[in-house]
Design a protein around this ligand. Structure first.
Ligand SMILES: [Zn+2]
Length: 119
């Protein structure tokens, strides 16, 4: 199995799960509350469930924009959408490589306002 491909796919799902859970991706994992973890695990399950239902994400096609596209990328809310409007609030999505060296795209409004405030 191609580890880079797997890591890349994992990164997509991580981006999507953090968005669905409303968690700021720059937060340290050890600072997350139990409620954050529960939201995140629920989000990961829902993202993976959607991906399976859509028969996976055709990463290569998605990145190049050529060939036949798979179906899950049509449901991506943040990954690969830096600079585009957030599907939830319309704020321009931000892409950073500062967190773990890979592309992380997120909405500062949806994934920041809830951090640490909602208990
Ligand atoms: Zn948003």
């Amino acid at each position: 199995m191609d580890q880079r491909r797997v890591a890349g796919v994992g990164n997509i799902y991580a981006n999507e799960a953090l968005f669905r859970a409303g968690i700021d991706p720059s937060r340290r994992a050890d600072r997350l509350t139990r409620r954050d973890y529960e939201a995140l695990f629920g989000a990961i399950r829902s993202v993976l469930g959607d991906a399976v239902a859509a028969r996976g994400t055709t990463v290569r096609d998605y990145r190049t924009g050529t060939g036949q596209r798979g179906s899950f990328q049509a449901g991506l809310a943040v990954y690969g959408r830096g600079g585009e409007p957030c599907v939830r609030c319309g704020t321009t999505l931000t892409t950073t490589h500062a967190i773990d060296g890979r592309a992380t795209t997120w909405c500062w409004r949806c994934q920041h306002a809830r951090s640490g405030r909602q208990t």
